[in-house]
Design a protein around this ligand. Structure first.
Ligand SMILES: *Cc1c(COP(=O)(O)O)cnc(C)c1O
Length: 344
């Protein structure tokens, strides 16, 4: 049976051409910083982000958490958004590994209100934790791939400067934001002390993320990467996939965005579901189920029996994500099935 897997953009499998690039990679021991392919990926990321240094790491979680660790001291407080990946999906690592406390703020489409940010910054009183870092997420996963407006980022940077705070960008899907807006990775990165980027989502590499920042900061990230068990040896095989992905799979993300929009438009026409297609900006569509009797997991199971895989994001919400391994015929298949099942 044909199946179309829209659960996540992490499910892509490396293409034969990507595997060939991996097989041909020159390698060395990256713990000694002697893997030429890893070094060339890190150089490439320095140029792309406009930062002094970059470090290849094993996952987006490792990228964010080593960065948080390198920016903070135990007991510090980190401002983030309530629905952010760092707060929800990283296994409590800020508390476990950095000994910091998160201060989540409820954003709108993932975007923090400026007054709210200012009010959440602690004053110098020994009762309070020390506010040290602000983390933003672009695009925002749980807010349906929403893009952070650059002007808002610039305003938050001004606040951070005023209070002497650092800023980290969880840019797991910054490629999507950049392709959708035409704003370069470097322009987004300019406002942050550190940036993480992921290769194993829309870009289709099997493994890997990267952290970029100042030389002195990346030196500390390197130390924490080792401590977390993230020192990899002949990692050039993986870096080759990332380099291949940067060359071939970035510009095509706009196809994912287009297909997600088409999907959202069709879903919005069905009485069972509610979504505003105008708010779908990139490759993620989150839509609500309207039924009083059927939950999102019920729909996910029903769809899965028909060969369509989506994630129930909550009791009321389903998430569909397009990616490299989804083409127009897959979207046609999904729309046809949805219409057959739910068109009244
Ligand atoms: C996927 C994701 C990450 C990293 O996840 P890993 O599974 O650890 O690679 C980080 N931030 C966001 C917003 C993500 O969607």
């Amino acid at each position: 049976m044909k199946t179309v897997d829209l659960r996540s953009d992490t499910i892509t499998k490396p293409s034969p051409e990507m595997r060939a690039a991996m097989a041909a990679a020159e390698v060395g021991d990256d713990v000694f910083s002697e893997d030429p392919t890893v070094n060339s990926l890190q150089e490439r990321i320095k140029t792309l982000t406009g930062k002094e240094a970059a470090l290849f790491v094993s996952s987006g979680t490792q990228a964010n958490q080593t960065a948080i660790n390198a920016h903070t001291q135990p007991g510090d407080e980190v401002i983030c958004e309530y629905n952010s990946h760092i707060f929800n999906y990283e296994a409590g690592a800020p508390a476990m590994l950095s000994g910091v406390q998160l201060h989540p703020l409820q954003g709108q489409a993932g975007v923090l209100d400026l007054d709210q940010v200012v009010q959440s910054i602690r004053s110098a009183d020994h009762h309070f934790p020390r506010t040290r870092l602000i983390c933003l997420e672009n695009t925002h996963n749980r807010w349906g791939g929403a893009i952070y407006p650059l002007e808002q980022i610039a305003e938050i940077r001004k606040i951070a400067d005023r209070f002497g705070l650092k800023m980290h960008l969880d840019g797991a899907r910054l490629w999507n934001a950049s392709v959708a807006t035409g704003i370069s990775i470097a322009e987004y990165s300019r406002y942050f002390d550190s940036v993480s980027l992921c290769f194993s989502k829309g870009l289709g590499a099997p493994v890997g993320s990267v952290v970029a920042g100042s030389r002195e900061f990346i030196d500390r990230v390197h130390y924490y990467r080792k401590a977390y068990g993230g020192g990899m040896r002949q990692a050039g095989i993986l870096a080759a996939a990332a380099l291949y992905a940067i060359d071939r799979n970035v510009a095509r993300l706009k196809e994912d965005h287009f297909r997600t929009k088409i999907l959202a438009e069709n879903i919005s026409a069905l009485p069972d579901f509610s979504i505003n297609p105008a708010l779908v900006q990139t490759n993620i569509a989150i839509f609500e189920v309207m039924s009083r009797t059927k939950s999102a997991p019920d729909y996910a199971e029903e769809l899965s029996r028909e060969g369509i895989k989506m994630i129930a994001f909550s009791a009321k919400k389903l998430r569909a994500v397009t990616h490299l391994d989804i083409d127009d015929s897959d979207i046609d298949f999904v729309i046809e099935k949805l219409n057959k099942l739910y068109r009244s």
